[in-house]
Ligand binder design. Structure first.
Ligand code: MN
Length: 235
C-alpha cells in the first residue's frame, strides 16, 4: 500500500485567494468559465448568444494567479487577449439546485480576468477541437480579493470595465449578463457537484482585445476590489 503522505515529489499547492475582512483565505478547487454571456461580446466573436443553454469550459485550479501579479507574455501565441469578468465563489455544496435555491451556494464575488490565447482558441474552434490550448493554460485565471455576497448585495446594474494603460477597452453593466448568476449555478449544478472552492468566471462583455508585453491591465466592477495585471516580456 502506498502512503498518501509520502509523495514521490512535491507539486504546487492549492491556490489561496484573500477574502475582504477575513484572515483566512479561500482555497480554489475548480475553475469553471462561461462562454458568450454578454450579447455584444457574442456578436463581436461572430455568434449569437445561445438562449437554449449556457456553455462552459474549464481551467485548472493551478492556473489561478492573484491580482497584482506580473506575469510573462505566454508562449506560443501572438494574440494574447484580456477578458474582464465577474467571478462567483461557491461557498456551499450545490447539486441539481433550483434557480431559487442557487443563491444560497454563493460565498462571494471577485473581479477576474479570463486570459486567452485567442489565436489558438480560434484555430481550435474552426477545427472543432477542444479550447484547452487557448483557454486552460498556465497563469490564465486572474482573480482579485473576494467580497462576501452579503456585503456586495444583489448583482444588478454595477459597472464592469477594463483599462489597458489609460485606455478603456471594456465598459458594460452586470445587468447585461444573459444568463444570470442563479441560472448559471442551477444549470451547472446539473452536471457537477459544486463545492466550496469552485469559482465560476461568468463571461466577458464586448471589447476584448490584445495586450502586449510592457502593458498593464486594470479591471473594475463597482463594489469589488479591482483586478490588476502587468504583462512582462515572454520568457
Ligand atoms: Mn471568458
Amino acid at each position: 500500500m502506498s502512503d498518501a503522505n509520502n509523495q514521490l515529489f512535491e507539486i504546487p499547492g492549492t491556490p489561496l485567494v484573500p477574502v475582504k475582512g477575513e484572515t483566512a483565505s479561500y482555497p480554489v478547487h475548480r475553475v469553471f468559465c462561461v462562454g458568450r454571456n454578454y450579447a455584444a461580446h457574442a456578436a463581436e466573436m461572430g455568434h449569437e448568444v445561445d438562449r437554449q443553454t449556457p456553455f462552459y469550459f474549464t481551467k485548472p485550479a493551478s492556473a489561478t494567479v492573484l491580482s497584482g501579479a506580473k506575469i510573462a507574455y505566454p508562449p506560443s501565441t501572438s494574440n494574447y487577449h484580456f477578458e474582464m469578468e465577474l467571478v462567483v465563489a461557491i461557498g456551499a455544496p450545490a447539486f441539481k439546485v433550483s434557480v431559487e435555491d442557487a443563491p444560497a451556494a454563493i460565498y462571494g464575488y471577485a473581479t477576474g480576468l479570463d486570459m486567452t490565447r485567442r489565436d489558438l482558441q480560434l484555430i481550435a474552434r474552426e477545427k472543432g477541437r477542444p479550447w484547452d490550448l487557448g483557454k486552460a493554460f498556465e497563469q490564465s485565471a486572474i482573480i482579485a480579493e473576494i467580497t462576501k455576497a452579503k456585503e456586495f448585495g444583489e448583482v444588478g446594474p454595477q459597472r464592469i470595465s477594463l483599462k489597458v494603460g489609460e485606455d478603456t477597452r471594456q465598459d458594460a453593466l452586470l445587468s447585461d449578463l444573459v444568463w444570470k448568476i442563479p441560472e448559471l449555478i442551477s444549470h451547472l449544478s446539473g452536471f457537477y457537484h459544486l463545492l466550496p472552492g469552485d469559482l465560476i468566471y461568468t463571461g466577458t462583455p464586448a471589447g476584448v482585445g490584445p495586450v502586449l508585453a510592457g502593458e498593464n491591465i486594470v479591471g473594475e466592477i463597482e463594489g469589488l476590489a479591482p483586478v490588476l495585471l502587468d504583462i512582462l516580456d515572454a520568457e
